[in-house]
Design a protein around this ligand. Structure first.
Ligand code: GLU
Length: 484
């Protein structure tokens, strides 16, 4: 049992964009800490120098900022256990690796690249190291070090027995030690491997709960052995369920680009709102208790979150569900907030009409990127095929019927001077009644004519009010001409 204050960390490698699975790890890590008033740390794991991607650390920091996952210690914020970027902590790891050698739990390995490569060829599966240097005499090791022969430091895994640890989600995990490799802890380039330095850092930074994806479940015995070899208390391990995607053929596999956007930035660019994404992914692997409610702000999540609500079965990322969530979030925005969020998604915003247009789309979209296509007709009448547009079974409209109606609509509207929705509606329904036509048909023809579309946000008269009298009459005229 751990009696200290809860300390968790998010420890991404800056190797590219922020995958939605990583964001979920960050979120759960944050929630576990904050639920107990604990500390949440951001640590950048950049010791794999070949995989670094420029700018990736900024993406991580920005994402945490935008989503509200404020960290108490980390790059740019500082803290008692910094630095929080592993490449700035190199000396620490070498010191601890040497200590492990002293303790008999690690050893220097001088095998050349060629030798290692030939090993991989022999066993044909690219598998393990043959422990050639595991028991080199002390004198030989010292002579090699003195001669400056390049080396790595490897973990000395016990040859027999089993290693067992408790995972807060997956329960007891036992592995036969003979299944484990003498993995490299310090590389020839002087950098530690992830396998080693994250353990050292988690200990030095006082991390009580290690929260990460379940791909680490099988490596964790090796980490547990490292804690034991140092005589350090093991943290609580919390491995999160896999995140899956459903393919077009219905098959489920690890969530990847072929399922749709998988980076936080791409989802935002596609018009999903950060709060909706956070809310949705909170539920991908965690189940709130005693409530049917699915809507949670970050604060509400913090209150409700508990370790025992995390599932171990894989979760499927459902884009339809996210779209629905996002639409609900859009609906909750005030008109001002909606306008602010919408503007970046509108290519040529008709500023003079925007305050009247946006309320028409706010109730009708799932994501912000749908706005542009839905409102473009206000700025420019789209080109349309009149014979097709004015063929509508439901309202019993044909191009011939529409042509007759249009002249009636124009004359009904010409007499409207208070150009507003109510007056326009009254004029059109009065015309329908006088001519014995269903008002639905009149409104359909009017709406199609002023928008050039069969589906629009808002009804005919709402659109006409926004377009104004001149533009409305001009568009009705164009429709009449196109119908011949
Ligand atoms: N740097 C590792 C990763 O990005 C972190 C895993 C962990 O949280 O321990 O996958």
């Amino acid at each position: 049992m751990i009696n200290r204050n809860v300390v968790t960390r998010f420890a991404p490698s800056p190797t590219g964009y922020m995958h939605i699975g990583n964001l979920r790890t960050a979120l759960y890590s944050y929630l576990i800490a904050k639920h107990s008033d604990g500390t949440f740390i951001l640590r950048i794991e950049d010791t794999d120098r070949e995989r670094l991607v420029e700018g990736a650390t900024d993406v991580i920091i920005d994402t945490l900022k935008v989503t509200g996952l404020r960290y108490d210690e980390g790059p740019g914020v500082g803290g008692a256990n910094g630095p929080y970027i592993q490449s700035e902590r190199k000396e620490i790891y070498l010191r601890y690796a040497k200590e492990l050698v002293e303790r008999g739990a690690a050893y220097y390995c001088f095998c050349s690249k060629e030798r290692l490569e030939s090993l991989h060829e022999e066993d044909g599966v690219g598998g393990g190291y043959d422990r050639h240097c595991r028991d080199l005499p002390k004198e030989e090791v010292e002579a090699n070090l003195k001669a400056g022969i390049p080396y790595v430091i490897r973990q000395k895994i016990p040859l027999e027995g089993t290693t067992t640890y408790e995972d807060a989600v997956f329960g007891t995990i036992s592995t036969e030690n003979k299944e484990l490799q003498d993995q490299i802890l310090m590389k020839a380039d002087g950098y530690p491997t992830y396998n080693f330095c994250h353990v050292v850092d988690d200990h030095l930074m006082g991390v009580t709960h290690v929260v990460r994806g379940s791909e680490y479940l099988t490596s964790t015995p090796k980490y547990a052995l490292l804690y034991d070899a140092f005589g350090w208390q093991r943290p609580v391990f919390v491995h999160l369920p896999l995140l899956m995607g459903r393919g077009e053929d219905g098959t489920v596999s690890k969530l990847s680009k072929r399922h749709g956007a998988v980076s936080f930035a791409d989802l935002c660019a596609d018009g999903y709102m950060p709060e909706a994404i956070v809310n949705y992914i909170a539920l991908l692997g965690w189940c709130p208790k005693n409530t049917e409610n699915e809507f949670f702000t970050l604060d509400e999540l913090t209150k409700a979150f508990s370790l025992d609500g995390i599932n171990k079965s894989p979760s499927v990322f459902d884009y339809e569900k996210l779209l629905w969530f996002n639409g609900e979030y859009i609906r909750k925005l005030t008109p001002e907030e909606f306008k602010e969020r919408a503007l970046p998604f509108i290519s040529n915003p008709p500023m003079d009409k925007l305050d009247r247009i946006l309320p028409l789309v706010q109730p009708r979209i799932g994501k912000l990127s749908e706005i542009d296509g839905k409102i473009a007709f206000f700025s420019a009448l789209p080109d349309y095929d009149a014979a097709e547009l004015f063929q509508n079974k439901k309202n019993k409209v044909t191009p011939d019927v529409a042509r007759d109606m249009l002249s009636g609509i124009v004359s009904a509207l010409s007499g409207v001077f208070e150009w507003n929705n109510d007056a326009l509606y009254a004029a059109l329904t009065a015309y329908a009644e006088q001519s014995g036509i269903k008002s639905g048909a009149v409104l359909f023809v009017a709406r199609a004519a002023v928008s050039g579309l069969s589906v629009t946000p808002g009804g005919a008269t709402e659109i006409m009010e926004i377009l104004g009298k001149d533009e409305t009459l001009a568009r009705l005229q164009i429709a009449a001409e196109r119908l011949g």
